[in-house]
Write a new protein. Sequence first.
Length: 327
Amino acid sequence: MEQNLDSYRAARHQAAWIDRTDHIGLLCAIGNDRLLWLQGMVSNDVRLLEQGTKRLQACILNPTGHVLTDLTLIAISHGQLPNLPTCILLDMPRENREKIWRLLNRFLITEDVELRDVTSQLACLSLQGPAAAQQLQQLSIEPSLIVEADHTGSGGFDIYLPIEMRHTVLHSLDIPILDEQTVELLRVEAAIPKYGAELDESVIALEANLRHTHISLTKGCYVGQEIMARIESRGHTNRGLIGLVFSPDEIPERGEVLYPAEEPAREVGRITSVAASSPAMSHRPIALAFARHEFALPNTLLYVGPSRKKAVVVPLPFISAQRGLTE
């Protein structure tokens, strides 16, 4: 555990690697109509990629606004990466790759667009932490594609490169390679939604705090757009993503139900992710959860699970400039 804490400190205060390669699926959209076609498929404004944005976060939604996948879109020019023409790279959770491949191909009719699965060709190594830019200057990686990407709340870069270069680059700097437990702790502290936890086909995108990172309400029509606009005009969803902090000896479990203090038999939410000991919160257990909006205000007391563990709602993210870090 001590080594994990050392790695955690490196990611928060210096730099550390996350090897994303085995956790992502990569599709690329090729052809003259790729941007226009994707504009109608994803929830964010793909035109931003034409205007200089290098990395665009978005979702693919169903007609009722529920999340089929979150994804990142990256514009690639011919020659930037081997065997890839000019295209849009779609980076998504590995478990969604086949589902999204089938879905997108069903929507291809007469458009000049071809989809390719390039998951086996590329690695994605993420350099995270406040010193990531400094460490990046020490690397000479050709060919590669580097984009800013924050998976921890401390900033960083994703590096896409040929799969055969993966291990050489990963061991080229004297910095830790984060294990999955530490990556999850950093993610939960930063309140970054994850597919399979905060995101799935039962979740409406606006419930998961994706409004300002993954959703455009001004670009025009896309699948699920009408629901997004309706919710925005109403003011809020029925439930939203909240942060909970617990006493040191009361560790919650994912899936446990939330109950209000004044109505201890009424179910008002459910825990989605847990970190048993958060350095950002004085090593107390923390959790992400969905709760009805009337129970989402900071300092609200909630009971959790069959044993009715006490939890207090706190602002997200757990790690913030105001709160600082306590180790």
